[in-house]
Design a protein around this ligand. Structure first.
Ligand code: SF4
Length: 448
């Protein structure tokens, strides 16, 4: 780390350029930092141009993400010269400083105070900060109509391939009344879709022993199901991400059946074969998962399940892999991301026996994707002729065309609905659409 120099004192409000890398959780960190910066009167710039210093929020989850982060830091130094680094890779300052000794300061994930201290050191805040520059719902980096709602930091699990607990620490849940109040403010600010994120959403509140809190005159425990109940009362789409299949997850299904929670579950199963799951040290248990999914679908027929999987984990046999393929077909996993196992630095799985050659991982990845595309295409085809609500994300390239999403599609990661309408629609409008066609992932339809 270099020694602090005299802070820059520009005449106009000092401008901080922000480069935000990584997952939605990192994006929420960036939003909090931006909110704090704006509250203190700093200007924010989405690139290096005209910025007095650049803040790079890094990701350190996979080796490829680490490389991308280091590259982004290098670019920022070259383009601007004054760079502060935060985020997951910030938990390893020695790596950053070895690659980029000119970096001014390094802070770890969700260290908002330290980030602000570093910014103050190198860029004097303007006098008389105007708190009213910041809307009640904070500043967001997502479009106006949807927002990520982070309910906790860290994770109590110790999955062998994952270094998140080393980077972000143990589970630390936000009090439920704070989360619900933030959600309400977001809805008041125009948000139509809340995306609940954490490392392990179903474990919410475990660390605070499910402490009860009051919100709008009613008692809510800091736990998954009360959170779903509270969010469900806000009247917007609420999508639950990173839900592990603990038995209590079954309790959210009736809320979906009632239309209070969006019929969508993002469950990162990662695998289906018992020996691989054991080697991965996965939480949640796989017992009776197939029959539970069948029960969920019986009660909520339009439920969409999204998941992520790792293929080529150390020790994964052909038989294990076949079990995985069978699982995604039988469980009809509607949307799936698939990653080839990466031997991440500091992950416990590095020491496991049976590491597989890259060609085997590659070949299994292709077979997985081919099986998945069939499941996805079958689901998409089954939607033809249905009428369903879709949310408008953007206008399309031609007049009267729009890019929209159904309740089965989370932003950024899932499919789209290509919509035509004679009406003038805005981002965030929710309209009924008749589905007329489908390809493997996307739907096509007309507003009705
Ligand atoms: S649940 Fe496992 S994979 Fe997810 S953050 Fe925790 S340790 Fe990592």
């Amino acid at each position: 780390m270099t020694t602090p120099q005299a802070p820059i004192r520009p005449d106009a409000a000092p401008k901080v350029g922000l480069v935000s890398l990584g997952c939605p959780k990192a994006l929420v960190d960036s939003e909090r930092i931006v909110t704090r910066l704006r509250a203190e009167g700093y200007q924010i710039s989405p690139d290096y141009k005209g910025a007095d210093l650049v803040l790079v929020n890094t990701c350190g989850f996979l080796d490829s993400a680490r490389d991308e982060s280091l590259e982004a830091i290098g670019e920022a130094i070259e383009a601007n010269g004054k760079v502060i680094v935060t985020g997951c890779l910030g938990a390893e300052p020695e790596v950053i400083q070895a690659a980029h000794p000119k970096v001014l300061a390094v802070t770890g994930p969700h260290q908002y105070e330290q980030v602000m201290d570093a910014v103050h050191t190198y860029l004097t805040p303007p006098h008389d900060p105007h708190m009213d520059l910041v809307p009640e719902s904070g500043l967001r980096l997502t479009p106006r109509h949807y927002a990520y709602l982070k309910i906790s930091e860290g994770c109590n699990n110790r999955c062998s391939f994952c270094i998140i607990p080393k980077l972000r620490g143990d589970l630390a849940s936000r009090p439920i009344h704070h989360v619900l109040t933030e959600a309400e403010q977001l809805v008041r600010a125009g948000v139509k879709e809340l995306l609940v994120i954490s490392q392990d959403t179903s474990a919410y509140g475990l660390d605070v022993k499910y402490a009860p809190q009051m919100w709008k005159g009613e008692e809510y425990q800091t736990r998954f199901i009360d959170l779903a109940r509270g969010l469900g009362s806000l009247g917007v789409w609420t999508r639950l991400h990173y839900v592990y299949p603990y038995p209590h997850v079954d309790k959210v299904i009736p809320l979906m059946a009632e239309g209070l929670i969006t019929p969508y579950l993002d469950i990162p199963f990662q695998h289906a074969s018992a020996p691989v799951l054991k080697a991965m040290k996965r939480p949640g248990g796989q017992d009776k998962v197939l029959s539970r999914i069948a029960n969920w679908r019986r009660d909520v027929p339009d439920l969409a399940i999204r998941s992520t999987f790792i293929v080529g984990f150390p020790g994964e046999t052909e038989e294990d892999f076949d079990i995985l393929l069978e699982f995604i077909k039988e469980a009809k996993i509607d949307r799936a991301g698939c990653f080839k196992y990466e031997n991440v630095i500091h992950a416990d799985s590095r020491d496991l026996p049976g590491h597989l050659p890259e060609e085997v991982k590659e070949e299994r990845w292709h077979r997985f994707m081919a099986a998945q595309v069939e499941v996805s295409a079958a689901r998409a085809k089954a939607q033809i002729g249905t009428v369903q609500d879709v949310i408008i994300d953007a206008t399309g390239e031609t007049a009267g065309s729009y890019l929209a999403r159904s309740k089965a599609d989370a932003p950024e990661v899932d499919g789209m609905v290509h919509l035509t309408s004679n009406l003038h629609l805005e981002s965030g409008d929710i309209v009924a659409a008749k589905i007329t066609d489908a390809d493997e992932y996307d739907l096509f339809g007309d507003a009705v």
